[in-house]
Structures are given as structure tokens and as C-alpha cells.
Ligand binder design. Structure first.
Ligand SMILES: *[C@@H]1O[C@H](CO)[C@@H](O)[C@H](O)[C@H]1NC(C)=O
Ligand SMILES: *[C@@H]1O[C@H](CO)[C@@H](O)[C@H](O)[C@H]1NC(C)=O
Length: 438
């Protein structure tokens, strides 16, 4: 009995620095190393291009390492670029600690950088596989002086029902042809949840003696209630970045464009497709608010509009799949914030070609977010609808985090923010706006 009380008391004492009124203090900056392969002004090289963010970030998370399918070891995405035997980007990034001594630099695994998702489940199924992963992770982290590991585990996305409409079946054919990643039901979901719980525990035990951090990022459209045994994993994680965006995407719903990263529910939309709905769920499950990090995506999600789309542009609006890829990010359905801002009327861009500009619609309710659009016409037969994060909407999210007493914000990822300051002259305006409201 006495021992029990003692244990409870120590547990309570251990959490005291986080009693009510604690300030959210974490600014978790994800950097996707694949952005260094972009051409032109979108090319974001670490350390150089990301350095102006580092006086704002408390954690820099280098993404993404992957799993070797042959032996389940943690390996770099690009050995030649990242290891000392090649160009040494890992070392160049962790060396930033000399200039930013308070900065924690973590390595993240998964994060959708690894096209082979199956490994992320089979690894969980066997203790030997997990052992290989855990020991290789510890070695890699220590060898390159990372401060910890972030698990952006590639769990399957929520099952999407096939659409029966004409557009839907058209898309079904398209997806089959072009191999759009589509989710399936996971027959061994319980086993995978238990394996992940064990993995988190085994990693924590391995990293603890060196004082290394262990964190997780929950990717969009993963069923948290299936894969995350919160009661058992949360005590072993320093914090969890909940990516509160991409609730709707052109991959999930090609025929209907809608706000992908609304903060609050409006107009009968699904509460679970909002940042607030998601965060409430985490808090209701008993996860301490200070461990929950609100994930913000500094980008726009785009759909193509058709001649049948509504003239008003008001979402939800009929659409025809992902919008055309941007000149820098070259990804259909996605535009970085600078790519979006170059399409908006802006006194800084006098030479912008007027016919391609989008009409901007802000959100005075502060619930849903900003969007902009251009209807198809005779000069450009591809209309475009884009919902995007901007400094203003990111600021509301920062204020929400403060209000709820959450642990901070995560920006996923900073290469999509305006890291050159072309939109308004300020570098990383979305990161900074969110941080300024914490
Ligand atoms: C929201 O998600 C929770 C947890 O998965 C679920 O229980 C609830 O039914 C969902 N609500 C809606 C409106 O889908
Ligand atoms: C978010 O959605 C865009 C557009 O569909 C996609 O390109 C991007 O990879 C998604 N990001 C994440 C983290 O899911």
C-alpha cells in the first residue's frame, strides 16, 4: 500500500513542471530532405536555406530515414547524400547545434518518403525485426549525433469507399492505371497495434540511457483508434505531433474540393475532419495536453475545376481530380505557400500574368481557412481551386494551441513555407505567425 502511494506521488512530482498554465513551448520544424532535389527557387538545402528558421524552432526534425526491407534496419533515404561516406548532410545538419545550442535535432523515419509501406507493418509482427530496427536506430542516431528519433510511422490510411458516380468510376479507372496508393483493410490491425506498442517501449528502453528523445508524428488519415494504444505508448513518448491537415485531398475525393485543414466544424461537415475535433479526441482519451503538438501544413491542396463547377467557388465544390503540379514542387494536388502566393494578387509581383491569378476568398469566421480559385475559361481550360494555410490562418491555429494548453506546434514541413521570403519579404512567415501566437 505504502509503496503504491510513493509511486503515485513520484509520478505526480515528475509531471509538476507541466501543471496548469504552462506555456506551450515547442516549435517542431520538420524538414523534408527530398526538397533539396527541387530545381530553382523551390530547392531547400539544409543547413543553408533552413537556417533562418532555427531561431524560431525548438526542435528540428530531419526527414526522412526509411526501413531496409531486407533486414528491418533503419537506413538513410539517400546514403550518398546523407552519410559521411558521401556528401554528409546528416553531419552538416547536426553540426548546427554548435550555433544553436538549445536546438534539439531529431531524425524521423517514414513520413511517406518510403513508397513501400508494407515493411512498416511486417516489422511490427516480429520481435527479431523490431530488435534489428531498435539497435540500428541507436547506432545511427549516436553516430551522427542526433538528439532523438521521431516515428512518422507509415500505417495504412483509412479505407476509402469506392464512389459509384460517373466521376468516381472514371477515377477508379485512372487510379488503377496510374497506381494511386489506395488503402485496404488491415486484417492484422490488432497485431500491428500491439507490435507498435512494443516497439515504442523497446525503443525508449534503448534510447533512455543516452538521454535521447523519442517522439511520434501521426500522419493524416491514419485511424488513430486502431494503431495507437495511447495509454501504453504516451508515457514512453516525449511528445506526439498530430498532423491536423489533409482531411480532404484530391486523392481521397477527386470529384469534390473542400477545406483540407479546417480548425472548426461548419456547415454540417464531419467534426473529425477538423483540427479541433481531432485534438478533442486526443484529450478525451486522456493524453496530457502538453504532449500533444498541433501539426500545421504550410501549403495548399488543389483540385482542378471543370466547366460544371459552381461559379461562386464556394466549397464543397465539384472538381475533377488534383490540380496541376506547381513549377517548384512538381506534385499534382499540392502547391507550396510561395507557389500559392505567386498566384494571388500581390503588389510585390507587378509582372504576374493577370489571367492566371486566382480570386482570393478569406474566412472571416476563422473556422475553415482560406481558399482561392480560377474557373476554367477559353484562355485557360484548366480551372483551379486551392485551399491553403497562410500566416493569418496559421496564427489562429497558434492561438488555439495556446488556448488549449497544448505542447506546441509542428510545421510539416518547413521547405513548403516561404523560406526565401518572396511573398512578403519575411522568411518562414507561416512558421513565425503560428509561433507568435503561442
Ligand atoms: C469521430 O471519430 C470517433 C473516433 O474514431 C468516432 O467514434 C466518431 O463516431 C466519429 N464521428 C463522426 C461524426 O464520424
Ligand atoms: C497532403 O496532401 C497533398 C495533396 O494531396 C499531398 O501531396 C501530400 O503528400 C499530403 N501530405 C501528407 C503529409 O499527407
Amino acid at each position: 500500500m505504502k509503496l503504491r502511494w510513493f509511486v503515485c506521488l513520484s509520478a505526480a512530482l515528475a509531471t509538476i513542471p507541466w501543471t496548469e498554465g504552462a506555456q506551450p513551448d515547442r516549435v517542431v520544424c520538420y524538414y523534408d530532405s527530398r526538397s533539396r532535389h527541387r530545381e530553382g527557387v523551390g530547392k531547400a538545402e539544409a543547413p543553408g536555406d533552413i537556417e533562418p528558421s532555427l531561431s524560431t524552432c525548438t526542435h528540428l526534425v530531419y526527414g526522412f530515414a526509411v526501413i531496409d526491407g531486407a533486414n528491418y534496419k533503419l537506413v538513410p533515404l539517400d546514403e550518398y547524400q546523407e552519410l559521411d561516406s558521401g556528401k554528409g548532410y546528416y553531419r552538416a545538419v547536426t553540426s548546427l547545434k554548435k550555433r544553436y545550442p538549445g536546438l534539439n535535432i531529431l531524425l524521423s523515419v517514414g513520413g511517406l518518403a518510403d513508397p513501400e509501406k508494407e515493411k512498416y507493418l511486417t516489422l511490427l509482427e516480429s520481435e527479431d525485426n523490431r530488435k534489428n530496427f531498435v539497435s540500428s536506430a541507436r547506432i545511427l542516431l549516436r553516430q551522427y549525433a542526433f538528439d532523438g528519433l521521431d516515428l512518422a510511422w507509415e500505417f495504412p490510411e483509412i479505407y476509402v469507399k469506392k464512389d459509384r458516380g460517373t466521376l468516381g468510376s472514371l477515377w477508379h479507372g485512372f487510379k488503377k492505371t496510374f497506381g494511386f496508393a489506395h488503402s485496404h483493410k488491415d486484417e492484422k490491425a490488432d497485431e500491428h497495434r500491439d507490435g507498435f506498442t512494443a516497439l515504442v517501449k523497446e525503443l525508449k528502453n534503448s534510447l533512455r540511457p543516452d538521454g535521447l528523445l523519442l517522439t511520434a508524428a501521426v500522419l493524416p488519415n491514419v485511424d488513430t483508434s486502431i494503431y495507437y494504444n495511447l495509454k501504453d505508448i504516451v508515457p514512453n513518448l516525449d511528445f506526439i505531433s498530430v498532423l491536423a491537415f489533409n482531411y480532404t485531398t484530391p486523392e481521397k475525393k477527386p470529384e469534390e474540393a473542400d477545406y483540407p485543414a479546417a480548425l472548426y466544424q461548419a456547415g454540417g461537415r464531419d467534426i473529425n475532419h477538423t483540427g479541433d475535433g481531432t485534438i478533442r479526441w486526443w484529450l478525451e482519451k486522456g493524453v496530457p495536453a502538453h504532449k500533444v503538438i498541433f501539426g500545421i501544413g504550410p501549403f495548399g491542396v488543389t483540385w482542378k475545376l471543370t466547366s460544371e463547377s459552381k461559379i461562386s467557388g464556394v466549397p464543397p465544390i465539384g472538381a475533377d481530380g488534383p490540380g496541376e503540379a506547381g513549377p517548384q514542387t512538381k506534385t499534382p494536388g499540392l502547391l507550396s505557400y510561395p507557389e500559392v502566393c505567386s498566384l494571388l494578387p500581390n503588389p510585390n509581383f507587378k509582372s504576374a500574368s493577370a489571367p492566371h491569378l486566382l480570386r482570393r476568398v478569406t474566412d472571416p469566421s476563422h473556422k475553415l481557412g482560406s481558399y482561392a480559385f480560377r474557373l476554367p475559361d477559353s484562355s485557360s481550360d484548366t480551372g483551379l481551386w486551392v485551399a491553403y494555410e497562410d500566416p493569418e490562418t496559421a496564427g489562429y491555429k497558434g492561438a488555439y494551441v495556446k488556448n488549449k494548453g497544448l505542447g506546441g506546434i509542428a510545421i510539416w514541413d518547413i521547405s513548403l513555407d516561404d523560406f526565401r521570403g518572396v511573398c512578403s519579404g519575411e522568411k518562414f512567415p507561416i512558421l513565425k505567425a503560428a509561433k507568435n501566437h503561442l
